[in-house]
Design a protein around this ligand. Structure first.
Ligand code: ZN
Length: 107
C-alpha cells in the first residue's frame, strides 16, 4: 500500500453518506425557497412562481421556481435543475455535501 491508496482510503472514510430515501426527506420547496429568493411572486396553479435569479445579476424576475416540485429555471442565464441542484449552486457545496446539508445530516 502506498501513500496514494492510503489517502484514497482515508478520503472514503470522510465521504458523507446519503440515506437511501434522501429524495423523500428533502425540505418542502414552499418552505425552502421563500427565504432564499427575492421578488418571489405568487405561484400559479402548477406551483410555478416568478423570482429574481440568484445566479446572475437579475434586475427583473427572470427565473421561476416550482413550490410544489422544487424545480427552478432561469430564462435569462439558462440555469435550471431541481432543489438539490439549486442548493448546490447557491452554497457552492458538492452534490453529496449539499444533500446532507439539506437533510441536516452530519457529513
Ligand atoms: Zn439567471
Amino acid at each position: 500500500m502506498n501513500a496514494n491508496t492510503d489517502f484514497e482510503n482515508l478520503r472514503a472514510l470522510y465521504q458523507p453518506r446519503i440515506p437511501n430515501d434522501w429524495r423523500n426527506r428533502l425540505p418542502d420547496p414552499a418552505g425552502y425557497y421563500p427565504s432564499r429568493l427575492s421578488k418571489l411572486g405568487r405561484p400559479n396553479g402548477e406551483g410555478w412562481a416568478a423570482c429574481r435569479c440568484p445566479f446572475h445579476e437579475d434586475t427583473h424576475a427572470s427565473a421561476a421556481v416550482n413550490l410544489k416540485t422544487g424545480a427552478f429555471r432561469c430564462f435569462a442565464c439558462d440555469e435550471k435543475g431541481d432543489l438539490p441542484r439549486f442548493h448546490q449552486r447557491i452554497t457552492g457545496l458538492g452534490f453529496k455535501a449539499a444533500v446532507c446539508d439539506l437533510l441536516e445530516v452530519r457529513a
